[in-house]
Design a protein around this ligand. Structure first.
Ligand code: SAM
Ligand code: SF4
Length: 316
């Protein structure tokens, strides 16, 4: 099982596909799990066999001294790997502390290499600053780093080959993500989704690709360039749901356990943590929820209900 922990619902960006420009209501601080509470929960998950943790948000680097949390989690013997997903804005300043604390891997979201296109998508002129964070990670040697690209038709799909070239020339694994209907006012429409098969075809016209064997429990389908010069990933949540092989579970920043991004049900671990539950009782609640993990989501089908929370509130 792969556990993703949202450490905050706040964000300094307002990406169009994720949240509205105005009117986001942030959680009160006392509702967020403390680092000590997060570490306890991770120890319980570790006792259930979890060894890989990803910290996310909102923007995780907005939470003060995230490196301290990374270090606390790294010290749990069963945890082999702590990773981070970030928008990159605070990365240059914090990269060194995170690496020293034991961060193993990092994903930076970067949807366009053209300043105006990116500014439009994330509602802010931040390309240069994000790029300097990416270069700092490269300098510190935490590579290969993953670049997450949400593709939106008519917006950034003209850059697919440019991103493919980046995966060939720099130590980056570029991961193309299908636009999902999960944001509030995200403007989602099926026509705006660029299906993975189409992206693959466009890239294959220029570069032959070979699928990697180990497309096992990971949502991303992985390919290498056949000439051996780099790797690409595809997250096809809309057109080719990976639910049957999905091993992801999530904890929201206010301590709710979710077994699917699109779950309509949550298990309130924060209440248990704050009202004297034992580790055994919390473990039992987690196992009970995992047994009920959804078989699949219904995006684009009759029965699909959007979760009320945005991706930033759930923890993407
Ligand atoms: N703020 C951090 C960031 O942007 O990397 C971490 C949280 S963000 C919610 C995690 C990932 O979710 C990002 O890579 C983002 O691009 C992706 N995401 C957000 N809304 C999405 C949507 N509607 N469809 C697909 N991916 C989305
Ligand atoms: Fe913030 Fe990440 Fe959502 Fe963009 S995708 S608004 S950076 S949480």
């Amino acid at each position: 099982m792969n556990l993703r922990i949202s450490v905050t619902d706040r964000c300094n960006f307002r990406c169009r596909y994720c949240m509205p420009e105005e009117g986001m209501q942030w959680l009160q601080r006392d509702l967020l799990l403390t680092y000590e509470e997060i570490a306890r929960v991770v120890r319980i998950f570790a006792s259930l066999g979890v060894s890989r943790i990803r910290l996310t948000g909102g923007e995780p680097l907005m939470r003060r001294d995230l490196a301290r949390l990374v270090q606390m989690i790294r010290r749990i013997p069963e945890i082999e790997d702590v990773a981070l997903t970030t928008n990159g804005y605070f990365l240059k300043d914090q990269a060194n502390d995170l690496v020293v604390a034991g961060l193993a891997r990092i994903n930076v979201s970067l949807d366009s290499l053209i300043p105006e296109v990116l500014s439009n998508m994330i509602r802010g002129d931040h390309l240069a600053r994000i790029w300097s964070g990416i270069e700092e990670i490269e300098r510190l040697g935490l590579t290969p780093m993953k670049l997450n690209v949400v593709l939106i038709r008519g917006v950034n799909d003209g850059e697919i080959l440019k991103f493919a070239d980046l995966a060939r020339t720099r130590p980056f694994i570029v991961r193309f993500i299908e636009f999902m209907p999960i944001g509030k006012d995200d403007g989602w429409a099926v026509e705006k989704v660029v299906p993975t098969q189409e992206v693959l075809e466009r890239i294959r016209r220029r570069y032959p690709l070979t699928p990697l064997e180990e497309n096992d429990n990971r949502p991303a389908e992985r390919f290498v360039f056949t000439d051996g010069t780099g790797e690409l990933g595809f997250i096809s949540s809309v057109t080719e749901p990976f639910c049957t092989r999905c091993d992801r579970v999530r904890i929201t920043s206010d301590g709710k356990f979710r077994t699917c991004l699109f779950s309509l049900q949550e298990t309130d671990l924060r209440s248990m943590l704050r009202h004297g539950a034992t580790d055994g009782e919390i473990a039992e609640a987690i196992v009970g929820a995992v047994w009920k993990k959804e078989e699949g989501h219904l995006i684009n089908m009759p029965g699909f209900i959007r979760p009320e929370r945005t991706m930033s509130q759930i923890g993407g």
